[in-house]
Design a protein around this ligand. Structure first.
Ligand code: HAM
Length: 426
């Protein structure tokens, strides 16, 4: 047995190679369609930022920032960090470029968090996300949530549940946090080791704690939704009734505070019911009406979500949705004559809009046929001595019920298309 390679992907990261990457292409295309149909345009940001973007944007009350961030000093001694999520960077770009409002953006990005790797949890994961800046109207909350729901549906996922909460705002949250602090101080001995002594600092984090002790101690905790100020209450009930009107199922979850300090009002999270609880967070998001200001921009409301691509694919596997696709090749060109003929016919077929691969190095017919089978193509296009002399090509179907045929060179593209089309029928 050969020894393991000297260099491997860093712990907690993934290499995605073809054919598995075909599903990533499909996911990206489906998300671009869903977001584009709703007027969201693609944003591409740097993978790293001045660390202040994340310290101020996400907030120092968040573990993603305090414990998990990949930070470094560059050669100019600037303190930088790899992005642990997409929202703060998009807000920074919004402030820098001031596009017109509303500014509706979508992105596909790696995100870096120094977490303990386990199934479905990586140090570099990837998110599909969208953000809408400049709209306070609860109708945009409904748009954003329902776009995620529509996207899950487009992938064929049906076992996705939605939890919704409101985090209130600067008017109503401080009084609630006090209430929660009192509640927790009466039960401090029942909290987990970490929160027993630290709950005073940020009582909301205890609601987010996944440990059983904290979960059970907060079951009866006061709910922020019962202590919202009037504008937040009206906003929240409009969001819920909008989801009802669109037929989007959800359950209210008063403990859904999520891990970032920027959230205000609406927060939501999607769970893939087909996955175990440790990895079932299939996406989440919320409103962040103070984020742009906290980064030095003008007061601008915003809302968005991020969905983990790796988690989406795990959910698809568990539900049997979006099955592993083939290469999608229409044809594989086999050249037993050598020389230029395979290059020419491959070129012609690609120019005709077909997806075509070929063998190189003039290998034996047998080994080229093996390569054709492995390629996942629908048809092998064979140019042997006889074919080359007669100006024809042999088309051998690699899947389905078709007969092998010989066709004039000028008709090869059409014949490949015909074979592929019949094959594609259910
Ligand atoms: P988040 O909940 O931290 O939110 O991440 C969004 C999604 O990314 C999660 O629901 C999960 O699917 C996936 N995810 C997170 N961490 C990991 C990991 N270590 N390994 C694999 N997948 C992971 C945000 O990042 C916010 N920026 C979402 C948002 C956008 N809020 C408003 N706008």
């Amino acid at each position: 047995m050969s020894s393991p390679p000297r260099f491997q992907a860093p712990t907690g990261t993934l290499d995605v190679l073809p054919p598995a990457s075909a599903r990533w292409e499909q996911l990206l295309a489906a998300f671009a369609t869903t977001a584009g149909r709703a007027g969201y345009g693609l944003v591409i940001n740097p993978m790293f930022e001045d660390i202040g973007v994340f310290l101020r944007g996400i907030g120092e009350g968040s573990e993603v920032v305090t414990k998990e961030m990949y930070e470094f000093r560059d050669k100019g001694d600037r303190h930088m960090a790899l992005r642990p999520e997409g929202t703060a960077s998009v807000a920074r770009a919004f402030i820098q470029h001031r596009p017109g409002l509303p500014f509706k953006a979508w992105y596909a990005t790696p995100a870096f968090r120094y977490e303990r790797p386990q199934a479905g949890r990586y140090r570099q994961h990837h998110q599909l996300g969208l953000e809408a800046f400049g709209v306070e109207d609860p109708e945009v909350d409904i748009e954003v949530i329902s776009l995620a729901v529509e996207f899950y549906r487009a992938l064929g996922l049906s076992r996705i549940s939605l939890k919704v909460n409101s985090m209130g705002d600067e008017t109503c949250r401080p009084a609630y946090v006090e209430l929660l602090r009192v509640y927790l101080s009466q039960r401090a001995d029942r909290l987990c080791d970490e929160h027993r002594t630290k709950f005073e600092l940020n009582p909301l984090r205890v609601l987010d704690c996944k440990r059983e002790e904290c979960k059970s101690a907060t079951e009866e905790a006061p709910a922020l939704t019962a202590h919202l100020c009037e504008p937040c209450r009206i906003h929240h009930s409009a969001v819920l009734s909008g989801l009802d009107d669109l037929g989007v199922g959800y359950s209210p979850e008063f403990r859904l505070v999520r891990g970032f300090d920027y959230y205000t009002r609406t927060t939501f999270e999607f769970a893939a019911e087909a996955l175990g609880t440790a990895q079932n967070a299939a996406g989440g998001g919320g409103r962040y009406d103070g984020l742009v200001e906290s980064l030095g921009g003008p007061a601008t409301p915003g809302i968005g979500f991020g969905l983990g691509i790796e988690r989406l694919l795990l959910a698809c596997d568990a539900e049997g949705a979006m099955s592993e696709s083939t290469s999608g090749l229409d044809a594989f060109v086999i050249d037993v004559v050598g020389g230029r003929s395979a290059t020419l016919i491959t070129h012609e077929l690609r120019a005709a809009g077909l997806r075509v691969d070929r063998a190189f190095d003039g290998r034996s017919m047998k080994s080229q046929m093996k390569a054709a089978d492995r390629s996942g193509a629908a048809v092998a296009v064979i140019i042997g001595e006889e074919e080359a002399a007669a100006g024809v090509a042999t088309l051998r179907p690699l899947r389905g019920e078709h007969e092998q045929v010989k066709v004039p060179r000028a008709e090869v593209a059409e014949a490949v298309r015909r074979m592929g089309r019949v094959e594609a029928r259910p």
